[in-house]
Design a protein around this ligand. Sequence first.
Ligand code: CDP
Length: 135
Amino acid sequence: MTGDVLVVAGAVLHRSRVLLAQRDYPAEVAGLWELPGGKVESGETPTQALIRELCEELDVRVSVGAPLADVVTPREGLKLVAHRARIVSGTPRAVEHRAIAWVDAQRLAELDRNSQIVPNDIGWIRELTAELQVR
Ligand code: CDP
């Protein structure tokens, strides 16, 4: 037991786009875009947590793939990992977010340049942008 909080986020990919979700709260990040996800609860694997979170947040069933290289540690006791994911059933909708959007490499880079990505997720953007460019 470390007491550390592990957050798992999903890079949901389809063709040459990734799904981003726009936060509605808290105020510091409201309006900014993130990879949807949430905390891994006790007894869950990160994969199970991501499946549950994307069901709750997007109302879809996903299969979970390989992690992105960057493990983000914004502060002591908090760690964020992101996994690639694919929708296996359902059509995503913004259950808990303000909006969702499928973005291509160009749009992703633009959101990053304009500081419209939540700070914790910025470390994943370069890898994702490069990956989308070759899909
Ligand atoms: O639903 P749950 O409370 O587990 O998750 P959340 O509130 O959506 O996310 C847990 C924490 O991880 C919050 O502090 C989020 O800001 C953070 N998070 C993040 O920084 N980047 C993401 N892509 C997802 C969550």
